[in-house]
Design a protein around this ligand. Structure first.
Ligand SMILES: Nc1ncnc2c1ncn2[C@@H]1O[C@H](COP(=O)(O)OP(=O)(O)O)[C@@H](O)[C@H]1O
Ligand SMILES: [Mg+2]
Length: 368
């Protein structure tokens, strides 16, 4: 999948950006605070995912404007597609079109424009808090199965209701009876999500493991395993409608008294993690910075490869300021592993040796 053209106006500081990218490597360079990341973010939100910077939709519109207009034309092995978005401070005027057909939300676009974004924060994927790895796996799966993001959102919703109830029970003990309803729903959703995340992590381990092995010159072994807070072992288990559901439910029941005390649900997919080891030792606790960077790089590249394998479309790669953070071998490795994909790279200098179509970003405008 390739971007054929991209236009942005009034998205944060971007002004009349009109880009005909190369189908290969594109380098967007310029000084700080000129709009390079804004450009990457504008492309990314057209994939239907949440902003990687956590920006809310209303904050994406330029301070001095009422609208942000974005247009993206895509070409894949089968057809050309067009995404158009007009974001407005007046929500009634928001307009999102996919091939001319009106969509309700930006998230309704999920699944059309396949891309992988890589930012400096992602370099801490193996070392950072478990939440980062949970969100990463959730996003990877949602890109392959758009319906999964709704299931994950339902789980979060049920969890929030259960937690609210838990906090209320000390003041109103009779409400404890209604926990059953939430437990049942949480267990149904949780059992399913556990299986899906376990299986995705297994695949990620295979792909990332191969990449890491090569990156370390064959000297080190990366391993990744999904660690559930509910299940001992999920290998060869898929009975989420039956056995796994029941086990989830019993785990919730067993921790109910503690949960009431703490006002929080202690077990569930919201507490699970992906344990990353290098040569059998925890990368998070004992890995060097280099090992953790290689692990993160391998995980992100694996995300792109799996997306390609599962959907048959090569994703577009957005590298925001990561190359300048990496040493030469890692930089060359990542570029070599992304050949055949369309890449957008942002950086401060035009990265001398790297070939590609160059664009200079200055004051929210693009010069090519
Ligand atoms: N809603 C907005 N309207 C106008 N400008 C914005 C908005 N949000 C952020 N900016 C501006 O965007 C600039 C940062 O752009 P960014 O893409 O992060 O720069 P960089 O080129 O360093 O990646 C800042 O100057 C900031 O003030
Ligand atoms: Mg930036």
């Amino acid at each position: 999948m390739k971007i054929v053209s991209f236009n942005a106006d009034g998205f944060k500081n971007l002004k009349s950006v009109s880009m005909i990218p190369s189908s290969d490597v594109n380098i967007i360079y310029g000084e700080n605070a000129q709009g390079k990341t804004n450009l990457i973010e504008a492309m990314w939100i057209l994939s239907g995912a949440r902003s990687f910077r956590g920006s809310k939709e209303k904050d994406m519109i330029a301070f001095e404007s009422d609208y942000a207009r974005l247009t993206l034309e895509l070409e894949d092995s089968e057809r050309r597609q067009k995404i158009e978005a007009v974001l407005s401070k007046n929500i009634k005027e928001r307009k999102i079109l996919l091939n001319g057909v009106r969509q309700r939300y930006l998230t309704s676009l999920f699944g059309t424009f396949k891309c992988v974004v890589f930012t400096p924060e992602d370099l801490g994927l193996s070392k950072g808090p478990p939440e980062n790895r949970r969100d990463f796996i959730d996003l990877c799966i949602s890109q392959i199965k758009p319906a999964y993001s709704r299931t994950a959102a339902k789980y979060e919703n049920v969890l929030a209701q259960r937690n609210a109830l838990l906090k209320n029970i000390p003041f109103s003990p009779s409400e404890a009876a209604s926990l059953d309803v939430w437990d049942e729903q949480l267990a149904r959703l949780g059992a399913y999500i556990s299986v899906i995340k376990y299986q995705y992590t297994k695949k990620l381990n295979i792909f990332a493991g191969r990449l890491y092995h090569e990156l370390s010159g064959g000297r080190e072994i990366l391993n990744m395993k999904y660690r559930s807070t509910v299940y001992e072992d999920l290998e060869d288990r898929a009975d989420w409608q039956d056995g796994l559901y029941k086990e989830f439910l019993s785990a919730l029941e067993a921790s109910r008294a503690d949960d009431i005390k703490s006002g929080f649900t202690a077990l569930g997919v919201h507490r699970d993690d992906v344990v990353v080891t290098v040569n059998s030792v925890s990368a998070k606790d004992f890995g060097s910075q280099g090992q953790n960077r290689s692990a993160a790089l391998s995980m992100k590249l694996a995300q792109a490869y799996i997306l390609y394998e599962e959907t048959g479309e090569m994703p577009v790669i957005l590298l925001d300021d990561v190359l300048s953070e990496l040493d030469r071998p890692r930089r060359e490795f990542i570029i070599s592993k992304l050949k055949d994909m369309q890449i957008f790279i942002t950086c401060c200098e035009p990265l001398g040796k790297l070939n590609g179509k160059k664009f200079e970003m200055s004051g929210g405008r693009l010069k090519s």
